[in-house]
Design a protein around this ligand. Structure first.
Ligand SMILES: [Zn+2]
Length: 326
């Protein structure tokens, strides 16, 4: 049984079939789900959802993407509200919190000074939330995009708070090692079908890996585009994929994809174009991810590490239970 350690089931993408989506997960190998907040509203919604389902748990926090030139956040008031929310027994972590310097489209029209101010504000809100996690003795779910050196610098100042995961890890091996040294877990999801993180995943000890979907975003490749799959994959494989079965063989998939895609895939997509894809509403709408797809990530990690699905399943579930106490 698997644990999806990072889901956003409260998002509007699930408004029409939230109940069915959750039931589909729990009746197809998913044991528990951590639903993660991004601001005060989604944190409250995460708690609400976790109170409706025994095996859904909540993380609460302010995502760095919420800190921008259009919004002002009252730090003291926000931290107090989070603290109040954390009294709910289903709250198992502070997250997602962190730094996100991928603000390119906005920044181009901004002065560098504004960018600098936003980054500083992100750091201030992050530090306050790390303090809160320490005070409440809760683990942390970190979000970090294009900011690993700054995040590492901050984290090193809080040695008492090293029960944490870097969700959707996309850094390099050097950075991975730094996090591992501090006792962190690294979370992987659909991104590993888009960026080539194979060499890093190979080297990360299994007792430090968590699996996640980040749904509705980051749909694993077998789910990403049925058109591509239809065109490229042998009928039987596509039927299996459609039915939600684990991919039969990544080799088949590689062989079946249009040339350009498989080359892009092998090389790992350039960071920028992936980020744009992730941010695209179109992507989320037409290719919605959901907790049941977490098994594709397990299958892919098993292939990379040359281990069985069951070995990855067992270890990642134990890791999640240990970190979040669920
Ligand atoms: Zn997320």
């Amino acid at each position: 049984m698997l644990i999806d350690t990072h889901a956003h089931l409260d998002f509007k993408e699930f408004d029409k079939d939230r109940k069915e989506t959750i039931e589909r997960a729990f009746s197809n190998g998913v044991k528990k789900i951590i639903n993660v907040g991004c601001d005060l509203k989604t944190s409250k919604n995460s708690i609400k959802l976790s109170n409706r389902y025994e095996n859904i748990f909540a993380a609460i926090g302010i995502h760095p993407g919420e800190i921008n030139e259009q919004k002002t956040i009252n730090r003291e008031q926000t931290i107090n509200e989070l603290k109040k929310m954390a009294e709910n027994e289903k709250v198992v972590a502070i997250g997602e919190i962190g730094l996100d310097y991928n603000n390119k489209s906005k920044v181009e029209s901004q002065k560098l000074k504004v960018q600098f101010e936003i980054q500083n504000l992100q750091k201030e809100i992050l530090k306050a939330q790390i303090e809160l996690a320490r005070e409440l003795n809760l683990p942390i779910i970190f979000h970090c995009r294009m900011a690993h050196s700054d995040l590492l610098e901050i984290i090193k100042k809080f040695p008492a708070c090293h029960r944490a995961v870097i969700h959707c890890f996309t850094g390099n091996y050097q950075q991975a090692k730094e996090y591992l040294k501090m006792g962190f877990y690294l979370g992987f999801g659909g991104i590993i079908f888009k960026m080539n993180l194979d060499e890093i995943i190979k080297k990360i000890p299994l007792d430090r890996i968590l699996i996640e979907t980040d749904c509705p975003f980051l749909t694993p490749l077998p789910r990403q585009s049925s058109e591509k799959l239809k065109a490229g994959l042998p009928r039987q494989s596509f039927e299996r994929t459609k039915a939600g079965l684990p991919r039969q063989s990544s080799e088949k998939l590689k062989a079946g994809l249009p040339r350009q895609s498989s080359e892009k895939l092998k090389a790992g997509l350039p960071r920028q174009s992936f980020e744009r894809t992730k941010a695209g509403v179109q992507f989320a709408k037409t290719n919605r991810n959901e907790p049941v797809f977490v098994k594709h990530t397990v299958q892919k990690i098993a292939e990379i590490k040359k281990m069985s699905f069951q070995e990855i399943e067992k270890a990642t579930t134990q890791n999640a239970e240990k970190l979040f106490g669920v």
